[in-house]
Design a binder for this molecule. Structure first.
Ligand code: GUN
Ligand code: ZN
Length: 450
């Protein structure tokens, strides 16, 4: 319990069951407990509920204001989508019939080119932020497009709806089949500088820029170097893609003959830091994973996309054994679902497919996957001092889950334990079961306009 030695006041108190992960336990279930949130959106206390009366005196709240969770309800940390293309949301659920490089040139670049139009951007970006928030994504690491103003608009919308976000203006200066959808190296550097400066100037409390080279085949060596310098000079996050499919890995070998591996391309350009998150990594070697470990860079595992566009199957167990930070990503629209519950299910499917191929493979458990979607994601984005689980002093990013909503997707039978209820939610639940969403203590779902 934190001492109430400040003037902080209590904004919310919940009583009931809390489910979260710790570095030691993939799932910790705290029953008959109380959790308080202060008016700065931080967790003030989490204690057994026998302490309620003394806590109310210490913190000066009325016990009648406590929000009591029902028998089939619990609070869990908000989910962290470590890789999502906001700009591809308009065609999510379609266009999954081509492998990566053809998919980019045929579907992706023509659509992303449309974000010069701010009305188009406003419509899609509003929808993707609302959809993901409703599905329990309290933090999203977004790719936008090459357009600075539309990328700034995405930042504005995440702030308006209250989602925590890293927002990236995409950088690419070569190998686009759509001639108008790339920038010159000078333009790209100047616009990246402008994007970072203008977004930081807004002082949104929970929205920050992320330096975003699309991937090595889209960037010249000089652009990669410039971006490494910008990120390191300003201590910013970095995101990109790596080793998603085999054709791409071969292409990178021919484009960067002086580099030992795909990982070496990013290493040589100072893009692997402890604030870097690289999507996919399906075909990384153990040597490359070692570099990820040494640099503190993270991998975003995007299993829906990996299967949907036939890229590969990441062996998450092997990544974790190398002590590389790993979170989950939807990778909309290579992945067809914007829901992190889907990302968890597809993570389990891929892990089970690897076990079918090799019975020695140690299949991930649902508890481990729950941790990857919450605490693991916060670690992958280097935000774990601020979010990821219910620890005093962290920001209160949380979901109120009710597995027993009318006409909901889950049937319950008598005497089911909280662990079984959690497992049913993770495997069967959807946004109908996520009745409230909080980011930094602010209730953001249900939306104020509904
Ligand atoms: N590699 C480079 N760009 C992309 C993208 O937009 N989606 C996916 N899945 N991989 C990429
Ligand atoms: Zn991606």
């Amino acid at each position: 319990m934190r001492q109430n030695d400040t003037t902080a006041r209590i904004a919310h108190v919940f009583r009931g069951t809390f489910v979260h992960s710790t570095p030691r336990d993939a799932v910790e279930i705290l029953e008959s407990s109380v959790l308080g949130v202060d008016d700065e959106g931080k967790i003030a206390f989490i204690e057994k509920d026998e302490q309620l009366v003394s806590l109310s005196k210490l913190w000066g709240f009325e016990t009648s204001d406590v929000k009591q969770l029902g028998q089939y309800e619990f609070l869990m940390p908000g989910m962290v989508d470590t890789h999502i293309h906001a700009s591809q949301y308009s065609y999510t659920g379609t266009a999954l019939d081509l492998p990566l490089l053809e998919w980019l040139n045929t579907y992706t670049f023509p659509v992303e080119a449309k974000y010069k139009d701010l009305d188009f951007a406003n419509n899609v970006y509003t929808k993707v932020v609302r959809r993901t928030l409703k599905n329990g994504t309290t933090t999203a690491c977004y790719f936008a497009t090459i357009h600075t103003d539309a990328s700034l608009l995405l930042g504005e919308l995440t702030d308006k709806f209250g989602q925590r976000a890293l927002v990236g203006k995409v950088c690419m200066d070569c190998n686009s089949a759509v001639p108008q959808y790339k920038e010159s190296p000078a333009e790209c550097k100047a616009e990246t500088d402008r994007f970072i400066k203008e977004l930081l100037k807004k002082e949104y409390p929970n929205v920050k820029p992320v330096v975003t080279p699309r991937f090595a085949p889209s960037c010249s060596a000089s652009l990669l170097s410039e971006l490494g310098e910008i990120a390191n000079n300003n201590k910013l996050h970095i995101q990109s893609h790596i080793s998603e499919n085999k054709e791409e890995v071969e292409l990178v070998k021919t484009l960067f003959p002086g580099c030992k591996s795909y990982t070496d391309v990013y290493l040589k350009h100072n893009l692997l830091t402890d604030r870097t998150v690289m999507a996919h990594g399906c075909h990384l070697t153990d040597e490359e994973l070692e570099i990820f470990h040494e640099t503190g860079s993270a991998i975003s595992h995007c299993p829906n996309s990996n299967i949907s566009i036939c890229s590969g199957m990441l062996n998450v167990r092997n990544v974790l054994n190398h002590r590389v930070k790993l979170g989950l990503g939807t990778d909309v629209a290579g992945g067809y679902s914007p829901s992190m519950l889907d990302a968890m299910r597809r993570t389990l499917d891929t892990s089970k497919a690897l076990t079918i191929q090799d019975p020695q493979h140690q299949t991930l458990t649902f508890e481990e996957v729950f941790r990857l979607a919450t605490l693991g994601g916060s670690e992958a984005l280097s935000l774990d001092e601020q979010i990821g689980n219910f620890v005093v002093g962290k920001d209160f990013d949380a979901l109120r889950v009710n597995v027993c909503v009318p006409d909901g997707p889950i049937d319950l039978f008598s005497d089911e334990s909280p662990k079984v209820i959690l497992e049913k939610f993770l495997n069967l639940g959807d946004d109908r079961n996520i009745t409230e969403v909080y980011v930094s203590g602010r209730q953001v779902v249900p939306f104020p306009d509904t």
